[in-house]
Design a protein around this ligand. Structure first.
Ligand code: ATR
Length: 277
């Protein structure tokens, strides 16, 4: 038995609002692991120095969040294929020799969350639609494509950003004008909001859902509030809805397993602990 205390954390700027310490703290207590997961406020200019120093202090790894996800990827010694495809890292792990591996678990967290909420969901059943082409969108698009979605229809207010994503992710991404969303909804089996619309303090996402197929899976990445206007309207239109909190919980699991040596479970008890934090 080693008497080393296991250390991990989350780096961001700002960081005080992060739910990750409550989430990992819950798992550490539940599994009786002697370890700590701490919030680390680090500015852009200090990130390279901090990432080099953390393994010397005993850190097994860290999550990185806004605004460091792209810079962290460029600073890593090795990068997983999915992080390279997404162009950003959210999970960094130090090897025993002190090198830093960058991964991105946002896409797999998103897929695991849909599977838990809608067990019979299969990406290959039909086309999906993704709303938004910002940082979060790329992880969702690449996850849907690698899960076998035959086509992903991408709608973004600013078309140039959607074009840039299509160039990176290939021909199965089809661009759609923002004002044509309502018509195209009749074609899709999954629709995902990756925009910031609907978040407490922003405008709601209001789209005409009258043509959506009953049973379509509607997912939102926004989790404050848990039930956004988009999800409430989608539910009323006969969709199966998936809120954004589950993705946050699921994207954390691979890092926890790597750093603390236990595959954690995402369940209602964890959800409630994080909601109460
Ligand atoms: P993130 O990294 O969280 O995805 P982001 O990169 O700022 O954040 O992207 C925010 C997304 O929300 C973008 O797709 C943005 O659309 P634009 O590319 O046109 O800016 C979208 N968004 C924000 N406000 C919006 C609005 N009022 N109407 C439509 N889309 C909006």
């Amino acid at each position: 038995m080693s008497n080393q205390v296991l250390l991990a954390g989350v780096i961001g700027d700002p960081i005080a609002h992060s739910k990750s310490p409550a989430l990992h703290g819950h798992w550490l207590r539940r599994y009786g692991i002697e370890g700590y997961y701490v919030p680390l406020h680090v500015t852009h200019e200090n990130l390279p120095k901090v990432l080099k120093t953390l393994p010397k202090m005993g850190f097994k790894g860290v999550n990185v969040t806004i605004p460091h996800k792209e810079q962290a990827l460029s600073l890593a010694d090795s990068v997983t294929d999915r992080a390279a495809l997404i162009g950003a890292a959210n999970t960094l792990t130090y090897t025993s020799s002190g090198t830093m591996q960058a991964d991105n678990t946002d896409g797999v967290g998103f897929i695991a969350n849909i599977r838990q909420a809608v067990p019979d969901w299969v990406a290959g059943t039909g086309p999906a639609m993704v709303l938004g082409a910002g940082g979060a969108s790329r992880a969702i698009l690449s996850a849907l494509l690698s899960e076998g979605a035959p086509r992903v229809i991408l709608a973004n207010r600013t078309r140039a950003r959607a074009e840039a994503l299509r160039e990176k992710l290939g021909a199965r991404v089809e661009l759609l004008d923002w004002h044509r969303i309502a018509d195209a909804l009749s074609e899709v089996h999954t629709v995902v909001n990756t925009t910031s619309l609907g978040m407490t303090g922003s405008q709601p996402l209001h789209i005409d859902l009258s043509r959506v197929r009953p049973g379509t899976v509607a997912a939102d990445l926004v989790y404050t509030p848990l039930m956004t206007d988009f999800l409430l309207n989608a539910e009323a239109a006969g969709c199966r809805v998936v809120d954004g909190l589950g993705m946050l919980l699921h994207q954390a699991a691979p890092g926890f397993e790597r750093w603390f040596g236990k595959r954690p479970v995402v369940d209602e008890e964890l959800r409630q602990a994080v909601l109460a934090s």
